[in-house]
Design a protein around this ligand. Structure first.
Ligand code: PGA
Length: 256
């Protein structure tokens, strides 16, 4: 795993944006996996400010709440349009977000997997990490081989996300999420983590054992996993000095 520690989340998001910009310039028809929540906001803001052509890009979002109308301000459809898609020249037909109102949820999930496959597979997947170590909404003890499916949120995630809804009662209990097996098939994973409240889950993911109890720990098995984090999220790492040393001594030809 390549661990890139920056002083602030804005600086870390800037590194992540340059990694994505580099990919889109090299491969204008890239397939991106996208994430929601507060973590990717500075990344999307930075990407919007860059002169990038999104007309050939295809996107697949990680997850969506079940039962929230698409137009609900907290649906991930609304989130993506407000914070990224309205501001770039992406083609609406190239955007894929799980349908939390599908009548046949397992059928929809199978179809979503097929669409990812038929697009040629995800070139780069953006990820956040939950305070419980989840990636997407793959909560602790999710199968490390799981595919897109329904999940029940943990009480911790419901409490964490209540800030967006006003109260815990209003947070949906169920979601559709890409599986851990799905995420692991992306050719590159780019995880962002900001703030001290992520430090414990992140340290366990990177320096602890690979375990479904911390789903993000599976990224230790991914051949191209990069992490951009701020000092807060890095504050519990045992080997932070080594990660800084590696980044500072990166050969020029390796940078993006
Ligand atoms: P957050 O959520 O970005 O809102 O902290 C991250 C996640 O749950 O993956």
């Amino acid at each position: 795993m390549e661990i890139i520690i920056q002083e602030t989340k804005e600086a870390a998001a800037d590194v992540a944006a340059r990694i994505i910009a580099g990919l889109l310039r090299k491969k204008p028809d890239a397939v991106l996996g996208l994430a929601t929540g507060s973590t990717p906001l500075p990344l999307y803001k930075r990407l919007i400010g860059m002169d990038l052509d999104w007309s050939g890009v295809t996107t697949f979002n990680l997850d969506e709440y079940i039962g929230l109308p698409r137009e609900h301000p907290q649906s991930y459809h609304s989130f993506m349009w407000e914070n990224l898609f309205h501001h770039i020249n992406i083609r609406p037909e190239n955007i894929h977000i799980p349908d939390g109102n599908a009548e046949d949820i397992p059928g929809f999930c199978g179809e979503y997997e097929k669409r990812i496959h038929n697009s040629g597979g995800i070139d780069l997947q953006v990820l956040g990490i939950g305070t419980d170590g989840h990636i997407g909404f793959n909560e602790p003890t999710s199968s490390l081989a799981s595919r897109t499916r329904i999940k029940t949120l943990t009480q911790q995630t419901i409490a964490d996300n209540a800030r967006f809804f006003g109260s815990e009662e209003d947070v949906p209990r169920h979601v559709i999420t890409m599986g851990i097996g799905t995420i692991m098939e992306a050719r590159q994973n780019l995880l962002l983590a900001f703030g001290e409240n992520k430090a414990q889950a992140f340290a366990e993911a990177v320096e602890g054992p690979i375990t479904s109890v911390n789903p993000a720990s599976i990224l230790q098995m991914h051949p191209v996993a990069k992490v951009c984090l701020d000092e807060g999220a890095a504050s519990r790492l045992q080997r932070a000095d080594y990660y800084r040393w590696v980044y500072d001594n990166k050969p020029v030809w390796q940078t993006f």
